[in-house]
Design a protein around this ligand. Sequence first.
Ligand code: RET
Length: 334
Amino acid sequence: MDALNSRLVELERRNNALLLNNPGNRVNGATAQIAITTHGSDWYFAVCAVMTVAGFAFMGLAMRKPRHHRIFHYLTSAVVFTAAIAYFTMGSNLGFTPIQVEFPRSNPKVAGQFREIFYVRYIDWFITTPLLLLDLLLTAGMPWPTIFFVIFADWIMIITGLVGALVQSRYKWGYFAFGNAALFYILYHLGWESRRNANRYGADVGKAFLFCGSLTSVLWVLYPIAWGVCEGGNVISPDSEAVFYGILDLFAKPVFGALLIWGHRNIEPSRLGLRIHDYDDVATDDAVHEKRPANDYGTPVGAGANAGAPATATAPADGFGGNTPAAAHPTHVV
Ligand code: RET
C-alpha cells in the first residue's frame, strides 16, 4: 500500500525538476539559498513551450516562401529555438551557479548568503541578440562593417553582464557600467543611423524597421533594470526574476519575430541589397540539388535570361539567379 501511495504521489507531483536536478541547490561547492521554487520552474517550462511553438510557426511560414525569401524567418526561428533550450535548462534547475550576494537582505524571499545565477541566460543571449540585431540591421540595409561593429558592442554588453553577475564584490557594477555603455551605442545605431537608412529603401521598409526597432529599444533598456534588481542588487526573488526576464524575452523574441516577419511580407530581400541566390542559379545538371521545372516565379528554369545558354551556364545575367519578378533591381550592395 505504501508503495502504491508513494507511486501516486509521484504521479501527482508533475514537476519534479527541483528534486531531480541539483537537489538542495548545491553546485560548485556552494549552496544557493536564494533560488527558484516549483512555481518558477513551471513558468520557465511554460515559456519554453511558447518559444518552441513560435519556432515551428516561423518555420511553417518560411515553407510558404521561396527559399531566397526566408532569411528573416530562419533568423527568427533560430532565436526562439535557442531560447526554448535555455528555458528548458532553467525550468530543469540547471545552468546556474551559486554566487555570494553583495547585499544580504532580511526579506525571506531573498534572504541568504548565496543567490542562484543562471549563466545559461547569457549563453542564450550571446547567440540570440546578434541574430535579433541582424534581423534589424539587414532590414535597414546597413553595410556589413557597421553590422559587425554593432554586434561586437552587443557581445561586449552580454559578456560584461555575465561577468558582472558572477562577481561577488561591488566591482560587478563596473562591468554593469561597461554593458550599459555598449547598450547605449547599440540603441544610438538603431534609433538614429539605421532608422534613417531604412527610410531610404521605401516607406514599407521604413515602417517595418520603425515598428521592430522601437519595440526593441523600449524592451532592451528594461533588461539592465531587471539585472539591477536580480543578479546585481538581490532585490527581487528568483521566481520574480523568472517572470521579469521571461516577459521581456517573450516580447523580444516571439512577439518581435512575428512583427518582423509580418513587416517583411511584401519586401523582396533583393530590395535591401541582399543578393541571395537559389539552387536554380547554377544550371549545370550535377550542381543542382533539387530539380524543378520552374523557379519560384514560375519561369521555366533555363528559360528567360538563360535561354539558349549551353548546359554549363551559371547564373542568369540579371545577377539574381533569374529568380526575381521581371522588374528591374536596385543596385544597393551591402
Ligand atoms: C545586461 C547587464 C549589463 C548591462 C546591460 C545588459 C543588457 C542586456 C540586454 C539583453 C537583451 C536580451 C534579449 C534577449 C532576447 O533574445 C547584460 C542585462 C545593458 C539588453 C533581447
